[in-house]
Design a protein around this ligand. Sequence first.
Ligand code: GCU
Length: 688
Amino acid sequence: MRQNNFWFICLLVLLSFLVSETHARQKVVRILAVGNSFSQDAVEQNLHELADAEGIPTIIGNLFIGGCSLERHLRNARTNDSVYTYRKLGLDGKKIEKKNMTLEMTLADEEWDYVSLQQASPFSGMYETYLTSLPELVKYVRTHLPKKCQLMLHQTWAYAANATHTGFKNYNRDQLTMYYSIVDAVQKASKQTKIKIVIPSGTAIQNARTSFVGDHMNRDGHHLDLKIGRYTVACTWFEKIFKRNVVGNPYYLKDMDYDQREVAQKAAHEAVLHPECITELTELKQPATKVNYDEHKVPVYTLPDVLTLNNGRKVTTAKEWSKKRRPELLRLFETQVYGKTPDRPKDLHFRVLTEDKDALNGLATRKEVAVYLTKDEKHFMTVLIYLPNQRKGPVPMFFGINFKGNHAIHPDEGITFPSEERMVAYGRKQMFPRGSAASRWPVEMLMEHGYGLATFYRGDIDPDFDDAFQNGVHPLFYKKGQTRPAEDEWGTLAAWAWGMSCAMDYFETDTDIDSQCIAIFGHSRLGKATLWAGAIDPRFALVISNDSGCGGAALSRRKFGETVRAVNRQFTHWFCRNFWQYNDKEETLPVDQHELIALIAPRPVYIASAEEDRWADPKGEFLSGVYASPVYELFGLPGLPVEEMPAVNQPVLSGTVGYHIRSGKHDINMYDWTQYVKFADQHLKKDH
Ligand code: GCU
């Protein structure tokens, strides 16, 4: 036994060694800045994290002496003086510091991939100061570095307009003079020394100064502000070195708000695109516009006509709708809003994990079914199903994704609690307590009305945070070399919707379930995903949106409550990247959300709002139903049979599109469920 343990431990050690070795050999990018306190501002924080957020391991060094000029670096190189401080961030991002280092020792410390040089700030815009030292310094550095290592010039930034630094007099104490001198000097130096990579930090800072942040990028007039200043420059290094758009990188400092993050990322991105001129961040002149809750301030808008084809022709029959307009709209939503989803996995398979025919005191049968997405069964979701025991034949069923875990929908001890391993996959330290979401899941009531209920946890398909699409199902479908979905490929909402279709594949095999009579529902973000699931998968017989709001049932063009920009900024992973083009430009969207409802026609849809949930724009949700109705009418069905918003707690149940606005908050409660059951009774129970 002892001996077995010994070999087992040896094996583990060997394995972890191999894993860390391949990890280290394959991907680690080693970056060294040779500079001064400005290189410290640039690389010692944020750069590691930005790369890490995109799955790129780095080792980052900063070799510096405060205020060190190129001339002094050269002198140090010639004499090999141990006068430097060397800070190094290892693979884990932890910093170590060594004093009394020489340039030579540091160049030999790692197999550097990139080494940057920079001038001290007072001289950074004076080309003659580069000419006298840079060429020899470059020669020295090159002879001490591996061939593959690329040299870079760091274009540093101009001081704040009110800076007191004595070096500012070199530029007549004028920020723009200083900035343009730096651009010019670095450009010439790069030509002279044939260093192709210039990191345009100075331009990024200048770009950011055109935003609402203004000239507040420095902490003392010359060094960078510890948050947005340093973060902006790190973003610039990130995008320049890794050639990846930094806009949308999920890493940012906790106490930086979304507006500042947007400024920093955009400023850096534009600087990399246009390194030698200032790009005005016109959209970011003001911090995000205040939320509008005033009906009078809703802009005048024209919705795209649901029945007019892209070529301007009008659709007049249900057949034309299905053959021409519907595919066209589906495509637009797919490429511009939610992102394209892959086909379902070829190795999709199922296994019933548990079954209890005597659950809930005999009221129901409870099953837990694993829906495996891969052959090796490493990726799966667990679908929890309750079926009423009082049933004759297959039952109609409600099906929705849950927020907190299957075990949270009911105190029923028979529901499996997620294992430690699953929690790690979900990126959670703790799960919500058992039964903690029970108020939203009236299991007994549904059983008593003869409906089944199925659900899975959203984290099983994709945990709900932005990790640059490294966890969840997205990586399973990356093509060779792909590291995140393309601009028109699925975000998290589309992934959840796709997960619903995978579960549906199982329901079709379960003879206890009437898979032709499945009503899908979702609250809030899950309502957005559910509407999209209903749009792309016609097997779902009825679709319910509960308080789904922006990017769900609410019309985007009304800009009431949450806007496209607000949702994209706060939930960078939900929609496809193309959707970001419409931030503050809702009027240019080729679709609006009434067309999402129309995509579900002629199947019934129920839209529900809550009076106090103004963030989700109840009126915009209602109007989507109204404007989708012409499509139902083509099928000879009543859409939403009223044009005026009904009073609170006066549900409209008589059409194929149902609607209510109930009193109270953003939530899903028994009032909502009572209407859903009535609506489903009308549409799904016909044959039962
Ligand atoms: C936020 C978000 C909404 C979303 C909601 C939810 O409020 O802005 O778009 O619907 O979260 O899912 O609860």
